[in-house]
Design a protein around this ligand. Structure first.
Ligand SMILES: *[C@@H]1O[C@H](CO)[C@@H](O)[C@H](O)[C@H]1NC(C)=O
Ligand SMILES: *[C@@H]1O[C@H](CO)[C@@H](O)[C@H](O)[C@H]1NC(C)=O
Ligand SMILES: *[C@@H]1O[C@H](CO)[C@@H](O)[C@H](O)[C@H]1NC(C)=O
Ligand SMILES: *[C@@H]1O[C@H](CO)[C@@H](O)[C@H](O)[C@H]1NC(C)=O
Length: 195
């Protein structure tokens, strides 16, 4: 009798664990397809990225080779998130990135920088592709959203993309991201025609 009770509670634990997993999967899928944006912003396609709870939303315009994008990723207010395209290979070094962070007053800004190495200088500057519309970002509901318009490098719809999240110092400086786990898997070769 005690044994049966033990088994029943084990099964209950498994059932609860399974439904929590399913709920989590549902929330992730919902994060992409059912994501909402401020009035005037909408995107034709989206992809729930495999790590860091991030999602990418975009509309590709074949006529002028541009993509309007929204990159969304959860973060505490004392953190930064980034998205970018690597025109020089795959991975971090060589990527042209957009980094969103906020100051102590909650003002969100976007830094655009080419990561010269894995210890980048993070100088705000121009990227390796055209950015026809100044990027903006917002922080709401525990997530940053970076709005970006890019001329896809080489007018190619397939690009090596990267994304990341990390901490900001109390003085507002962007500090290195964690060097393990999910933070080392935030790369994806993306086809802007699918998703
Ligand atoms: C999006 O919302 C609709 C309506 O609320 C729902 O039917 C649908 O399953 C949701 N899609 C995802 C991917 O969660
Ligand atoms: C690219 O083309 C689309 C669709 O015609 C247009 O809405 C958009 O403003 C254009 N983008 C740029 C940067 O010219
Ligand atoms: C980009 O490529 C498309 C075809 O994929 C072409 O229609 C368009 O004219 C090209 N745009 C630019 C700016 O080169
Ligand atoms: C980077 O420069 C742009 C253009 O001057 C500016 O709008 C933006 O706020 C700067 N970003 C940061 C983080 O200083």
């Amino acid at each position: 009798m005690a044994r049966t009770g033990h088994r029943a509670s084990l099964l209950l634990v498994l059932a609860v664990a399974t439904s929590v997993l399913l709920l989590a999967a549902g929330a992730t899928a919902q994060g992409c397809a059912n994501a909402t944006f401020p009035a005037g912003r909408s995107f034709e396609r989206c992809d729930t990225l495999p790590v860091l709870g991030a999602s990418l939303h975009w509309t590709y315009h074949a006529g002028n080779g541009t993509a309007e994008l929204a990159f969304r990723a959860p973060s505490g207010s004392g953190g930064w998130v980034a998205w970018g395209i690597n025109t020089a290979g795959a991975g971090m070094a060589g990527s042209s990135v957009f980094v969103a962070s906020q100051n102590a007053g909650g003002a969100v800004s976007v830094l655009t920088t080419v990561l010269e190495s894995t210890s980048p200088s993070l100088k705000n500057g121009t990227l390796k592709f055209d950015v026809p519309v100044p990027p903006t970002a917002e922080y709401a509901g525990g997530a940053y959203t970076i709005y970006v318009t890019v001329a896809l490098p080489g007018n190619s719809t397939t690009q090596n993309t990267v994304w990341q999240a990390g901490p900001v110092s109390s003085a507002g400086a962007i500090l290195p991201h964690p060097m393990s786990g999910a933070n080392l898997h935030s790369v994806k070769r993306r086809d802007f025609l699918s998703g």
